[in-house]
Every structure is written in C-alpha cells, then in structure tokens.
Design a protein around this ligand. Structure first.
Ligand SMILES: *Cc1c(COP(=O)(O)O)cnc(C)c1O
Length: 394
C-alpha cells in the first residue's frame, strides 16, 4: 500500500484497488483523491540531484500512483504504463534484437498480429505463429534463437483457452524465453498469469481495466527486477507514455473494477446459458460453460469469465446483418470491455483484415457473432437479443 500507516496486512482485491499507490504527500492538502499533476518538469534541490521526479516522460506522480495500483492488483512488484495497449506490446517486443525469434499464437489480437508480421519481421525479428492449444505444434516451433513467447487466453473471437502453466514450463525448458500473456480479456480480477509462471502481463487498459470506453492506454506488469529496469529504460527511450489526465481516469476506474467484473461475469454467463437453449443458436463459445472444450483449464487458471464471448447461429450473412441491425440495447460497434453492451460481426468488422483462407481455417464464419456484455439490466439485454433473433429468422 502506498498509504503510510495502513494497518490491514493482506487487503482484498477491492481494498487494494482503492488504496494501493495512493500517496497523500503528492499534494499538500492531504487529499483523499490522487491529484492530476500536469507539470512536465520538477524542481531539483541541487544540480544533478532530484527528489522523486525530474521530467514527466520518465516519471509523474499521477502515473506512478496508477502503476503502483496496477502492480498490486496482480500481486506483482512492478507495473509500467504506455499510451496504448499496442504501445505496451511495441515496448516489450523492443526487448529483442535483430536475429531473435518470437513464438506467437495463431489467432492473436489483429493489431498484435500486424505489428509482429508487418513491423517486427522488417526489423529482422523472426516470428512463428502456431496453435497454442496443441502442445506438439508449440514444441516444434522452438528454435535456438527463440527469445519470446506471446500468448492470449481466452483468444478472440473464438475464446480458445490455453494452459498458461504448461506453456510457461515448456518455454523455460528452452532456456531464457520470456513468456508474455495478454490478459486484456479477463483483467487481474479474473486471472493472474504471473501466478502460473508467466514473466510479463500485457494489458490493453482501454478495455475492461478502464471500462468506460474513454481512454486508450496499455500496461506491462511483472516481478523480475532486471526486466523491469530494461523496460523502464525502453519506456523512457521510446517515449510511448500516457498523459496524467488519462492516468487519473484509469486509476479512478480501477476503484470499481471488482464490482464491474462481477456484473460482467454474471450477466454474460446468464446470456450464454439463455443462448444455448435458443433453437436458432448452434454453438455458444464461452469458457464458463461445461460444453467449452477447455472448460477444465479455464477452471484451473481463471476465477470466472468476463463479458466478451461469441456464438454461432443457424443462418448466414443475411441473418447476421438483420440481427445486428435490429438490436436496440446492444450497440453495433467494435471493441469490448466498456459499461455499454456491444455486438459485432468479426468477418466484416474486427477480423476483416484476415484473408478468406485464414478466416475459414480458424473457423471465423459469417454466422459467428461476438458480444461484449455490459452493465445494463440483464432482462433488457435478453429481451433485446430475443427480439432481434426473431426478426432475423422470421
Ligand atoms: C484492444 C486490444 C489490444 C490493443 O490495445 P490498444 O489499447 O487498442 O492499443 C491488444 N490486445 C487485445 C486482446 C485487445 O483487445
């Protein structure tokens, strides 16, 4: 806890979210709420000496508060924030040098896939994409120069769950391979990858962590001191840093993360169970359902699933279009993790940049719909889905 004299030894998740990192000495008035410090530079006591901060890119009190809170929520020693999730990814990938090799899962978030394929390979870094639910394939992907393993679980939009502990063990048996888990879909409230052997957790804070669809930001969370020093150096050298205003907003959002995630979890599971019984729905892809192929791994490493999942219906493109255009509570839009419910068609929206062959290979078809279940009343959400399905199939 940043707060001096805090007596609770092992605070719970919600207490940690509210108190961790807050340091009243950052302002003069003993304010209960962390101030937004906009100053880009800080007064030094003597040339070459400084107290805690000297220049806003290398450190800022509001950003510091947020970073300490983020570290505490994952039970970690260190957290660094960046101006976007992809900024965090770029910084982590910059730990590598020309000639190094990355192993990444084959259905990564589109922006990560694009960064690895179109930018990292041009800088002389090799990348192998493989199916992380198949351990034999992953084993055969390792090379002498493998330095980084990048995984996402659950994946998007197919909600495949991969075994973080097994993959981390495999990576460690191949020497000094850094294991990164993109934990954007679940947050530290539902999954803590460091506890399962991962080295770095990457977040797009833009999604659930901020949860109000009004800030783009990313983070890296870790325990290793040496890796932290290298990432701090890169954060300052590459300059991909967030603004104090945005840090204030994300820190404020973390205070309700536990409450929000509980509701996302509950509403999404209720809707998934309702959809499973609907005559026009052929498959519901939700890790919390016993029918999910990796339900057992999900139970081992997650304490529940968030609000984002997908389903398949018995129609085609026409029915998907009528369904999505008929929704009144769910908003037809990309992204996920906000308080508002969203629905989208991956083939024409979030995954439109994938080739038709790749979409088919992965099983992303025109009858696959992705939902981000928000915080509205559950009855209104179910009524909305019901009326839109009726219109699509009448
Ligand atoms: C959105 C997202 C990102 C990228 O984050 P930005 O904040 O948009 O840069 C990375 N991974 C996942 C899983 C995402 O959903």
């Amino acid at each position: 806890m940043g707060d001096q004299g805090f007596l609770v030894q092992k605070p719970g998740f919600a207490t940690t979210a509210i108190r961790a990192g807050h340091d009243p000495s950052y302002c003069t008035s003993e304010a209960v709420v962390t101030p937004i410090v906009t100053s880009t530079t800080f007064k030094q006591p003597a040339p070459g000496e400084y107290k805690r901060f000297k220049y806003g890119r290398s450190g800022n009190p509001t950003r510091n508060t947020l970073e300490q809170c983020l570290a505490a929520l994952d039970g970690a020693k260190h957290a660094l924030t960046f101006s976007s999730g992809l900024g965090a990814t770029t910084t982590i990938a910059s730990l590598l040098s020309q000639g190094d090799h990355i192993i990444a899962s084959d259905d990564l978030y589109g922006g990560t896939d694009r960064l690895f394929r179109a930018v990292m390979t041009r800088l002389g870094i090799e990348v192998t994409f493989t199916d992380f639910t198949n351990m034999e394939l992953v084993k055969s992907a390792f090379k002498k120069n493998t330095k980084l393993m990048w995984l996402e679980t659950p994946t998007n939009p197919l909600l495949k769950v991969v075994d973080i502990a097994a993959l981390s063990r495999l990576a460690k048996s191949h020497g000094d391979v850094i294991v990164v888990v993109d934990n954007t879909f679940l947050t530290s409230y539902l999954q803590r990858p460091l506890d399962f052997g991962a080295d770095i957790i990457m977040y797009s804070l833009t999604k659930y962590m901020n949860g109000h669809s009004d800030v783009i930001m990313g983070a890296a969370v870790l325990n290793d001191d040496e890796l932290n020093t290298r990432l701090r150096f890169l954060q300052n050298s590459l300059g991909i840093v967030p603004s104090p205003m945005d840090c204030y907003l994300v820190n404020r959002s973390l205070k309700t993360l536990a409450l929000r995630m509980e509701q996302h979890k509950k509403s999404a599971l209720t809707i998934a169970q309702w959809l499973e019984k609907h005559p026009k729905i052929t498959e519901v892809l939700h890790p919390g359902l016993p029918t999910h192929p990796q339900h057992e791994i999900a139970k081992k490493q997650m304490t529940g699933h968030s609000g984002t999942f997908s389903f398949r219906h018995s129609g085609g493109l026409k029915e998907s279009k009528i369904f999505l255009s008929s929704l009144q509570v769910f908003i037809l839009a990309e992204s996920l993790g906000g308080y508002e419910s969203l629905a989208e068609l991956p083939t024409l929206m979030t995954h439109a940049s994938l080739s038709p062959e790749r979409l088919e290979l992965l099983g992303i078809t025109d009858s696959l719909i992705r939902l981000s279940v928000g915080l509205e009343d559950i009855d209104d959400l179910i009524k909305d889905l019901d009326q839109a399905l009726k219109l699509a199939f009448e």
